[in-house]
Design a protein around this ligand. Structure first.
Ligand SMILES: Cc1cc2nc3c(=O)[nH]c(=O)nc-3n(C[C@H](O)[C@H](O)[C@H](O)COP(=O)(O)O)c2cc1C
Length: 416
């Protein structure tokens, strides 16, 4: 058994040396600024998320972006066709600058704050909206950008004119060697390699980069080794950051010993004070058993997603809310949830409310914390804290969990 712990390693990113713990992005505002600030203060890397920033800004900074958009498109609320609903690029820019700016001005310590940017939020104008989001984050001083969910075949080009394009850290999340190779090939023209590659296995939370039927035939260690070997053979000196199901400091140490530059972790931080989920929802995460966790196909993005079976957003009656949100509308103004909803309404003409089981209105339900996405090992969260006489678990500080990852050995988990 190894005598080492995570703190015996450092992640080198250019001239920087960091504690090799990265807290993964968790949309929508589940990985809050406060959570990212803790990671940065302790010398690691935290993520904020760029998902639905106009609504996040409304909630946090008293802007009125959603109200303005809804007012503009109110005439369309009853219409089943949502293709006319567009975002105002100036507002996306403003919301991104606000959120990123606040995080960066509060940052203390030796660590870094990155933003998790989901290409799959196509916003009825994929290129234009992504370009604004990426460049606004760079303008507002973000330390780095993690390109997530999607292949990002043209994303680097969208920021290559930015003066910080070569100085900010840019990474990509992949779940296979093939996806990495494709990304490198398609972005070669920009003459810029990613500064890090997050290798995310099938036990992660959020959306998965695997098929609904085959995710359980893959494992992180194998994909990780494959990508490491290939990078070495190609003499590409890019650190890889392993993610998905790394639950203890010892799990993390094992990946670092095998050559990973760092780990990305998330689920253990869902039950911290700094996490954006409501406290009652954090208790649901704590209390979850293995059979309460499923991987399903209800996300309209087309990617499988892992979540608690009891998520209120499953089988809900929500009318598509694209006039207010509309983040998943593709370049033709389509979202798979709209089709599912319209189909059910047509099939039950006499019912006031119909329940939709095969898809969910992800915008509405992620915004309201009603899709309880989590990693596979969420059922072990109960082993990370103490329960009171009423059966409620004590929330943890993010610092406690971070330090536990950093210093623990022998598969142990430090209780509060
Ligand atoms: C609640 C939650 C929300 C997440 N949301 C996102 C997201 O918006 N974008 C993303 O790239 N990954 C997302 N993830 C994945 C994490 O960033 C991370 O890579 C993964 O969950 C790590 O595995 P672990 O949770 O087993 O530690 C999310 C994970 C969780 C638990």
């Amino acid at each position: 058994m190894t005598t080492k712990c995570v703190d015996d390693f450092r992640l080198k990113l250019g001239a920087r040396e960091l504690v090799p713990i990265m807290i993964g992005g968790m949309g929508v505002d589940i990985s809050t600024t406060d959570l990212a600030l803790v990671a940065a203060r302790l010398g690691g890397i935290g993520h904020i998320s760029d998902a639905m920033l106009p609504t996040v800004a409304d909630r946090r900074y008293n802007t009125k972006f959603v109200k303005q958009k809804l007012k503009k498109y109110k005439y369309n609320v009853e219409n089943t066709d949502k293709s006319e609903i567009k975002f105002d690029l100036g507002e996306i820019d403003e919301a991104t600058r606000l959120h990123v700016g606040k995080a960066m001005e509060s940052k203390r310590g030796e660590g870094m704050i990155f933003i998790n940017c989901m290409e799959k939020l196509t916003m009825n104008a994929p290129k234009e909206t992504l370009k604004v989001r990426l460049n606004a984050a760079l303008d507002a001083g973000i330390d780095g950008i993690t390109l997530a969910a999607g292949l990002h075949l043209g994303s680097l080009a969208l920021m290559e004119e930015h003066p910080r394009f070569r100085d900010a850290k840019i990474g990509i999340i992949v779940s296979s060697l093939r996806a990495l190779q494709l990304f490198l090939r398609k972005n070669a023209r920009t003459g810029r390699l990613p500064d890090y590659v997050v290798v995310e296995g099938p036990l992660a939370g959020g959306h998965l980069g695997f098929g609904l039927d085959d995710w359980n035939k893959h494992d992180l260690a194998t994909i990780n080794a494959e990508i490491l070997a290939w990078l070495r053979a190609e003499q590409l000196d890019i650190p890889i950051i392993s993610a998905g199901g790394i639950f203890t400091g010892s799990d993390a140490t094992r990946f670092l010993e095998q050559g990973s530059g760092a780990v990305q972790v998330a689920t253990r931080f869902t039950v911290t004070d700094e996490c954006g989920l409501p406290d009652e929802v954090k208790q649901e995460y704590f209390k979850a058993n293995e059979e309460d966790i499923e991987v399903n196909g209800i996300s309209p993005t087309g990617y499988p997603m892992r979540m608690l079976r009891g998520s209120p957003g499953i089988g809900a009656t929500t009318r598509p809310n694209c006039e207010a949100y509309g983040y998943i509308l593709d370049s033709n103004g389509h979202c798979a949830y709209i089709d599912a909803y319209n189909r059910e309404v047509a099939a039950h003409p006499n019912e006031k409310k119909v329940r939709i089981y095969d898809k969910t209105c992800l915008c509405t339900h992620m915004r309201n914390f009603d899709i309880w996405t989590c990693g596979h090992y969420a059922y072990r969260l109960k082993d990370t804290s103490r329960q009171d006489a009423e059966g409620n678990f004590q929330l943890l500080s993010a610092e406690h969990v971070f330090r536990d990852y950093q210093f623990s050995k022998d598969g142990k988990i430090l209780l509060p």
